[in-house]
Design a protein around this ligand. Sequence first.
Ligand code: NAD
Length: 470
Amino acid sequence: MDMLINSEKISTDKRLDIINPYDNTVVDTIPVADEKIVLEAIQSAKHAEEKINELTSREIYYRLSDACEDLRQQKEKIAKSITQETGKPINGSLYELDRSIETLMFAAEESKRIYGENVPIDAGLGGNNVMAFTKKIPLGVVAAITPFNYPVNLAIHKMAPALAARNTVILKPSKEAPLSGLMLAEILAEHFPNGVVNTLTGFGKEIGDIILANDDVNKISFTGSVPTGVHIANNAGMKKLTLELGGNDPTLILKDADIDKAVADIINGAYLFSGQVCMGVKRIIVENKIIDEFTDKLVKQTNKLNVGNPMDKNTDIGPLINNNAVKYVDEVVQDAVQLGADIETGAKVKDNFYWPTVLSGVKDNMKIVCNETFGPIAPIIEVKDIDEAIKIANNSQYGLNAGVFTENIHDALKCVNSIESGSVFVNKASTFRTDNMPFGGFKYSGMGKEGIKYAVEDMCKTKLIGFNLN
Ligand code: NAD
């Protein structure tokens, strides 16, 4: 596929292969943007600001709704592309498209609800006889930088609220999985004036550093890893930022938990898209009184999962994104084993596949649970009581989501009040998100919130307008 700048397809001689991680075949190629092209994309978006500003809220609503209908029409094709470029099992890709359609519709609806407010300015000294109100106005040019794991829905979480609030956008998808995001951008671009939606492909750091240094870009909305997010935060200057970064989510299983319910949810939470999910269950913290029963049941359910071709509707576990990812996961599993953890099941490696793995005897200082492990691993940490469980849950630089299983309301309240994360769910694993809820982590998991209503607020600036009535 090619880039899109000012509604023209842009190619380059230098191109990158997009590899299907299932069989290592080349799915397609993408151009590599150089500095000149990146600056052209920024200028295209800058010049289009005026054009999107001329549209009424009603027109924005209909354009986003029509784009949503086109996305619905192309659902099967784009889902197939996600599976080819990421190895995500096809049911997961189709579900991502269902969510994406809903996310885009939430944005269309939100475009009609961007309100300023009356300001009671006469409550302040000197405010007599002044009438004032605020207006929400666009930021200007928004750069949307996205990761490989949810290439369509995360691109919508950035582009759609940006457009709803009358900004222009430049999408920079991951070079591992850019195709489905580019397809989405082409759909959106067709419904807006030339230059409102642009795309850039190539190397993240090269493109990113030019965007970071350019004052015509007003906001960076980034989803990706902590190191890249920290680099962006350190170099963004006066740009507005939303950073949705990595996670190391804990799920606590307390002694009176409904174990079957917890196991079913952990199976989804730890192994969804082979664990390559920011809010995946990355640390399972279990009270010692129930640990044997919990571990036995988790192993039994893990062994039922089908590992195989991600295009097959019966597949639960496909390949990881590439072989380096497999090597990293194996390295941290072996490190944990060296330090005393036991493999209860899994830990088998073949090509780009890593088998779903239950590890017991994990300590909270092992690499596998200190850093974010993007693999199908269920690491079990044993604790003596709720206080130790909370202490371990909070012993992390991350704070995205968390879950707690308990039938005791007092323990549930203690956990929701004490766990330091952007969301805490009771009797649900951490791996839960709807696309209208405020989503975004504490600590190094990020800053700002997505979830369409919250993202739209962050895509605007507030102007105060006052009239002297004397
Ligand atoms: P990544 O940080 O390697 O890349 C993300 C994007 O940033 C890519 O488009 C990449 O090309 C670009 N990039 C790389 N260097 C850059 C630079 N210097 N300046 C600007 N852009 C640059 O992340 P990834 O491996 O694609 O994705 C996995 C990570 O994303 C995990 O850490 C995961 O937890 C996180 N994630 C977070 C959320 C969330 O909502 N919090 C959701 C999904 C994924």
